[in-house]
Design a protein around this ligand. Structure first.
Ligand code: ADP
Ligand code: MG
Length: 629
């Protein structure tokens, strides 16, 4: 809190509604007659306790209240006072945290409760706010015509009500008004950014027929959703509008081929493309796939493991390649592109906002495509991704068999091992995911090791077991994964480093230890490692106790539904990592609960992108945003 507006928008996180209670240990609020002159005892340095007797109907109790010696002159015998605190029946004493003069008011007393610090008690915060509210009158950004439209209580009154509540009905209206204020400002900025980003981009004279002939040469027919998305991307790329598009599709829905076709369109127009993936293995996998599907294009892989980096970098600068595939290594300053027309980020939620921007800035005005396997809950789609167009692949290729998911407890471990054996006999492969014990990599490694030893004990005579974890060097990791992909390893025990994008079509089973530790979306991603070919596949979720939450995964394979559930249960941080959810800190609105208000704010604020309609407050905000963008 740096200034008065910060202070005024420091909202209570809850309200306490006090009504008359009986005497009880938890929270007592009761009034009675003061029947003794109070006495004050001083102790330690500057501390004191005030004691008196209070008569409540027939009963007389002792009341102690700390550090209120200054109240003594007002506490006269035979007045009625109200005390709030905890009552100890053995000692017949109520230790009061607060004291009000007079009987309990008929109207309920609502106390705002703020987040506090050791030095700043709730009471202090309330006092400071009372003062502040008499000093400044902040301006609302929401125009008055909108206040009228919803019959809102005036902004300043609403602000006061949130800190000095009078009654519940009015308070609820006030909270709504303040939430709307916050969401209106947010959506105004997002609408503005979205409009601004649609500025001039590259145009490409490419006939769709050429794209179609590449599609015809693919080893499979595209799904209707893939076709629709490619059309959307094509339209963006040929038009002068700059593409800023998010492609979301469940694991295994076939996003890679869409990326390839986009890069092909870009290539036909004479530009180069960059594709960035979050891991070495994934980048390598993309490299292989792309080489197979568009063999006549010049393609290069650039990761930290790449040899002759400098040579490749200078070739990239000379536009010797049509497609550059890589990891974070693409982001280093000395990687320079010429005619970079299209930038694609795979598994985009694995990258921070700045990393993604960094890649984009390597071209002059490249079109941008982000891909994500984590479907975005509605509110997020409107907010953190509100400045993007969104394409979705909702159905998977037809040959897919659904993954059968089973929640099992450790008592069932024997039957799980039998199921594993049956898969191995068929020549299929298995992932075993070791638990995520805590933040420390070391203990995760220990548990992975233990499971690895057990798997070797159970299957080691006949089958190869591999162990993959975050402590391995890049090259070791790649070797193990390659052995798994080629079928030399039958069972791969791994920490969650495996999570992203690996495509091993002979893997038909995944077993996840301590599955209760993971978010539903993460579990869904993990099980997406199997069922990628045409094998019927199984996912076993091991846990102490089968909960309703985990059982959601037995019932549905719909990633969109799962991410909504996860979002309700755990919030956005787990879905997007801190980098992104950190952008979304609200002072009063609750993105999980206020969706309909958000939609209204989005529609209402869009009107004010028209300069003629802009109030000075709105102009000021948009100027600030324009400076940042
Ligand atoms: P993701 O969307 O998770 O990145 P991928 O692009 O890796 O999925 O695709 C998963 C697998 O599905 C790949 O082996 C790919 O070749 C295959 N695939 C993609 N599209 C189709 C399709 N239309 N028909 C059949 N298989 C497809
Ligand atoms: Mg992928």
């Amino acid at each position: 809190i740096n200034n008065l507006p910060d202070l005024l928008f420091y909202f209570p996180f809850r309200y306490e509604v006090l009504t008359r209670t009986d005497l009880n240990e938890e929270k007592t609020m009761i009034d009675g007659l003061l029947i003794s002159d109070p006495t004050v005892f001083y102790f330690n340095y500057k501390k004191n306790v005030l004691k008196f007797k209070l008569q409540i109907k027939e009963k007389v109790i002792n009341v102690h209240i700390y550090n209120r010696a200054f109240l003594r002159p007002r506490l006269k015998k035979n007045i009625t006072i109200t005390v709030i605190g905890k009552y100890n029946s053995e000692k017949n004493t109520l230790v009061a945290s607060d004291l009000l003069f007079g009987p309990i008011p008929e109207e309920k007393k609502i106390t705002p409760i703020y987040h506090q610090t050791a030095e700043l008690s709730n009471k202090k915060i309330i006092n400071i706010l009372h003062k502040a509210l008499t000093m400044v009158v902040p301006e609302s950004v929401v125009p008055s015509e909108i206040e009228k439209k919803y019959d809102f209580i005036p902004f300043v009154d609403a602000l006061k009500e949130t800190h000095l509540p009078t009654n519940e009905e009015r308070l609820n209206k006030a909270i709504m008004r303040m939430k709307y204020e916050e969401l209106f400002i947010l959506m105004l900025k997002i609408n503005f950014l979205r409009k601004n980003k649609k500025k001039q981009g590259l145009t490409r004279a490419v006939e769709f027929a050429k794209v179609l002939s590449l599609i015809k040469s693919l080893p499979f027919g595209l799904t209707p959703d893939q076709e629709k998305v490619i059309q959307e991307i094509y339209d963006d790329l040929v038009s002068a509008k700059r593409m800023n598009r998010l492609l979301q599709g469940d694991v295994g829905s076939g996003k890679t081929v869409v990326a390839i076709l986009a890069m092909y369109i870009n290539y036909l127009a004479g530009y180069s493309s960059a594709l960035m993936a979050p891991t070495e293995v994934l980048a390598q996998q993309h490299y292989q796939t792309i080489k197979e599907l568009v063999p006549h294009l010049k393609i290069v892989l650039l990761t930290s493991a790449t040899k002759k980096k400098n040579q490749i970098k200078s070739q990239i600068k000379e536009q010797k390649y049509d497609i550059v595939i890589g990891t974070h290594a693409l982001l280093t300053e000395d990687v320079e592109f010429t005619n970079l027309g299209l930038v694609i980020t795979d598994e985009q939620h694995r990258f921070g906002v700045n990393q993604r921007k960094n890649l984009m800035n390597k071209g002059t005005m490249p079109d941008v495509l982000y891909m994500s396997a984590t479907p975005i809950p509605r509110t997020y789609a409107l907010t953190i991704y509100g400045d993007m167009d969104i394409s979705s692949i909702k159905t998977k290729p037809a040959n897919r068999k659904p993954v059968t998911t089973m929640v099992k407890t450790y008592q069932d471990l024997k039957s799980v091992l039998e199921m594993m054996f049956a898969e191995l006999k068929k020549g299929h492969q298995i992932y075993v995911i070791a638990p995520l014990i805590d933040e420390s990599e070391k203990s995760n490694l220990e548990s992975a090791n233990e499971i690895y030893q057990n798997m070797v004990k159970a299957f080691g005579k006949k089958y190869q077991v591999g162990l993959l974890h975050g402590r391995l060097k890049g090259e070791e990791k790649t070797n193990i994964l390659n052995d798994f992909m080629s079928g030399q390893i039958n069972i791969l025990v791994s920490t969650t480093v495996i999570e992203v994008g690996i495509d091993a079509p002979r893997a038909s089973m995944i077993i996840i230890y301590n599955s209760e530790m993971f978010g539903l979306s993460t579990l869904h991603q993990l099980r997406g490692r199997v069922g990628r070919g045409d094998l019927a596949s199984k996912c076993i979720l091991l846990t102490e106790k089968a909960t309703a939450r985990l059982k959601i995964l037995e019932k549905t394979n719909d990633g969109f539904l799962i991410s909504e559930e996860d979002f309700k249960l755990r919030g956005g941080g787990d879905l997007f990592g801190n980098l992104q959810s950190g952008d979304m800190q609200f002072k009063i609105a609750d993105i999980k609960k206020d969706y309909s208000l958000l939609v209204k704010a989005k529609e209402d604020s869009a009107i004010y992108l028209d300069e003629k309609k802009q109030t000075p407050e709105i102009k000021k905000i948009l100027n600030e945003v324009a400076k940042l963008a």
